[in-house]
Design a protein around this ligand. Structure first.
Ligand code: NAD
Length: 292
């Protein structure tokens, strides 16, 4: 069994990005600039946005954090989005989800300029991705593909079972895994909460990508020997003995499943750090596209 070390690999990717940024600076070209919009004070969102901003500093990007009150109206937020779309200094920005209930997330995502949509959530980017056209690929699926490529895990002709059909992970990764080329060419089964007898499908899988958010959901008796496991799940589970009062758990019963797996991502330290690295990569790509 080999651990797919997302922390280490994301470090390598960030180093490459830093190298590209330094080269741009030496040539007098623009420094990539990423902004993050955070509405409210949700604990997990604060953590995610905090590490995105720190990562920008690590690779030499310019970063801007825009914090807004959770009482902000949809209209004012839309005005802010318009402003960001027009800001020539920005190569990309993200709107951290979830948004407060009184704001229509779909409306906000549709307002983002697709050329600055480094999260790859806009229908233009999603559609282009599905059609094999140049686009921003959502950071988490992009990170999974990059991980499979760099660890040289064969995917061609393999049966890949994806658990979860969200717009940000399950659905896009199911498209990417079935696309022509590496990492792709898999035969994909997309499963979800209405799937019947899930274990009969996971038992047939060469690769399982789990993104449902239920700790220890995937057990050893649901997988075959030699399976490749990508655990996307991140759930905070209360734990009094931990200084933070919680621990982070993935969807996979790591201790038992790792005994049967050929490759497996840990949680934390697997897909999570890759997601941030690929957000930076998308921002660099956006900056480079504009310089062309
Ligand atoms: P979501 O929370 O929007 O939806 C969960 C999905 O799981 C749904 O499609 C549902 O149909 C499916 N599901 C629920 N119960 C099921 C069952 N019993 N059997 C099969 N499918 C079932 O999905 P999401 O936003 O992709 O998040 C999933 C998990 O991934 C969460 O823990 C989230 O925190 C985590 N996540 C991690 C990263 C990362 O960078 N590592 C990024 C995004 C999401």
């Amino acid at each position: 069994m080999e651990i797919l070390d997302g922390k280490k690999l994301s470090g390598v990717i960030k180093k490459e990005i830093r190298g590209a940024v330094n080269l741009r600076k030496e040539k007098g070209l623009k420094t990539p600039h990423l902004a993050a919009v955070l509405v409210g004070n949700d604990g997990a969102s604060l953590t995610y946005v905090g590490s995105k901003v720190r990562s920008c500093e690590e690779v030499g990007f310019q970063s801007t954090l825009i914090r807004l009150e959770d009482t902000i109206s949809e209209e004012v937020l839309l005005d802010k989005i318009k402003e960001l779309n027009q800001d020539e200094s920005l190569d990309g920005y993200i709107v951290q989800l979830p948004l407060p209930k009184h704001i229509n997330e779909e409306k906000i995502l549709l307002a983002v300029d697709p050329d600055k949509d480094v999260d790859g959530f806009h229908p233009t980017n999603f559609g282009r991705m599905a059609l094999d056209m140049e686009s921003f690929i959502p950071a988490t699926p992009f990170g999974i593909i990059e991980m499979l490529k760099r660890y040289e895990i064969p995917t061609s002709g393999k049966h890949c079972v994806v658990i979860g059909r969200s717009h940000i992970v399950g659905r896009p990764i199911s498209i990417l895994m079935s696309q022509k080329g590496t990492a792709g060419d898999s035969t994909v089964t997309l499963t979800h909460s209405r799937t019947k007898n899930l274990a009969s499908l996971t038992l047939e899988a060469d690769i399982i990508i789990s993104a449902l958010g239920v700790p220890d959901f995937l057990k050893a008796d649901m997988v075959k020997d030699g399976v490749v496991i990508i655990d996307v799940g991140i759930t905070r589970v209360a734990n009094e003995s931990h200084p933070k009062g919680y621990v982070i758990k993935g969807d996979v019963d790591f201790e038992e499943v790792s005994k049967k797996a050929s490759f497996i991502t840990p949680v934390p330290g697997g897909v999570g750090p890759m997601t941030i690295a690929m957000l930076l990569k998308n921002t660099l790509i956006s900056c480079e596209r504009k310089s062309k």
